[in-house]
Design a protein around this ligand. Structure first.
Ligand code: GLC
Length: 445
């Protein structure tokens, strides 16, 4: 077996100190992202205020009509658990600045809307009750706060008086506001496992208005506060902090693409999580047609885990606070697949064997999982595995799979594929009725 196992601790051992309080992350592999806010009423992308340049007084119509009467976080949590998700991250505040909890530092919060109640406490309790770890997303950007200087992504960026208005805005007050709110989030809701800050854009200058980064957010102070309040929390990497400073990258967060190789920081392995949407936007989007199909959903998860990463998959609930039918179907796709194939995901990570084309490998101890993303005709040939396999089966139904092992026998009818050190799996001609079938190989010790 020598050198094959890449368990969660060792996959980070290259450079990062392995913190026991964070080890759950590489074991759990799959989480739910939830984007919920005033933009859910607009139902046409969570950036609608930016895209349509909606001034705060007009955007107020969503605040005045925010009433998620079907909000039942126990239902969200149950669906997340049944989908096989093990942790959750909810937008406590998104770029629009609206807060889902009863923050002392703003009036722009759920308790002042027709709904009239805090959404965050019930969320935290409901997900914990289903056994999921709980996280918060907190936007660094804030299009509502009066001290947040207008910049190139702000809805007022093209206002004729933008530069003039900025004279009375002081980002230092805003940085303090963030620390006050983050203190609330990390002291009033118990143990929080993840905090996801979003995002920095120091180089995006627009019409004489600079972008924003660590000097504006006072990122070092902010992360210092986070570390002090919740030492084991995993912190997203969008604070624009130098990775070689006092705060090494805790969580790399590639977004809406599949990395070709695992992300690194300073040439060393780093904890990472890719985030994706079901249909393109993060907030509920009524008219979007680009929903991913079942193989895409499952392959996104497999691709991440095979490279040592997690998947944070997003749901955008409707403005009534419910999951839309299409989201439920997608969640069920995950649930069904993971019920039978979870063994190849949870606690699994990359393998040092090289997966042949059309497949991905994950590995946990002496179990090597061949995710057959592209079902071939009868055979898969795997280099480097000749003589190493003790038993093979399809994972979803534990049905035996035969193989040709050149160290034991050579079958000239198989032709070029049989060579020294190559294992040839014999698959049924018909692809089993599983979105992505997985072959479990039990390796010799
Ligand atoms: C982007 C978007 C945002 C979304 C986030 C999730 O940074 O600004 O709308 O919340 O990605 O990764």
């Amino acid at each position: 077996m020598g050198g094959l196992i890449l368990d969660s601790a060792r996959s980070l051992a290259g450079g990062q100190a392995v913190t026991p309080g964070k080890a759950w992350f590489e074991n759990d592999r799959f989480g739910m992202f939830i984007h919920f806010g005033l933009y859910s009423l607009g139902a046409r992308h969570e950036w609608l205020q930016h895209r349509e340049e909606i001034a705060p007084d007009l955007y107020a119509k969503y605040f005045e009509n925010f009433d998620p009467d079907l909000y039942d976080p126990r239902e969200w949590a149950r669906r997340a658990r049944e989908a096989g998700m093990k942790y959750v991250v909810l937008t406590a505040k998104h770029h629009e600045g609206f807060c889902l909890w009863d923050s002392k530092f703003t009036d722009y919060k759920a308790t002042n809307t027709p709904y009239g109640k805090d959404l965050l406490k019930p969320y935290v309790e409901a997900f914990r009750a289903e056994g999921l770890k709980v996280g918060f997303y907190y936007s660094l950007i804030d299009w509502h706060h009066p001290q947040f200087p207008i910049d190139g992504i702000h809805p007022l960026r093209n206002h004729p008086d933008a530069l003039e208005m900025n004279k009375s805005r002081d980002v230092r007050h805003y940085a303090q506001y963030m620390r006050d709110q983050v203190t609330e989030l990390l002291t009033e809701f118990g143990d929080i496992s993840v905090i996801w800050f979003d995002f920095s854009y120091p180089k995006r200058e627009y019409r004489g208005m600079p972008g924003k980064g660590r000097l504006d957010w006072e990122s070092e102070e902010l992360i210092g506060l986070v570390r002090k309040l919740q030492p084991d929390i995993i912190v997203g990497d969008r604070l624009d902090l130098p990775t070689d400073g006092n705060f090494p990258k805790d969580l790399a967060t590639p977004e809406q693409y599949t990395p070709r190789i695992a992300p690194t920081a300073n040439g060393k392995p780093v904890r990472w999580e890719v985030c994706h949407t079901f249909s393109g936007s993060w907030g509920y989007h009524r008219d979007e047609q680009s929903w991913k199909d079942a193989p895409q959903l499952i392959n996104i998860l497999i691709d991440a885990v095979s490279l040592g990463g997690n998947l944070l998959m997003n749901v955008g609930p409707t403005a009534r606070g419910a999951f839309d039918k299409r989201a439920i179907t997608a969640l069920e796709t995950y649930g069904e697949w993971l019920r039978l194939n979870g063994r190849a995901i949870y606690g699994a990570g990359p393998s040092s064997f090289v997966a042949p084309s059309g497949t991905r490998f994950t590995q946990r101890g002496n179990r090597l999982y061949v995710h057959v993303q592209n079902w071939p005709f009868r055979h898969i040939h795997i280099e480097g595995l000749g003589g190493k396999v003790k038993y093979a089966q399809l994972l979803h139904d534990a049905s035996e799979i035969h193989w040709l092992d050149p160290e034991a026998e050579v079958d000239s009818n198989i032709g070029v594929a049989v060579g020294h050190n190559i294992l040839t799996l014999e698959l049924p001609v018909l692809k089993p009725d599983v979105v992505v079938p997985v072959v479990e190989l039990i390796l010799k010790d």
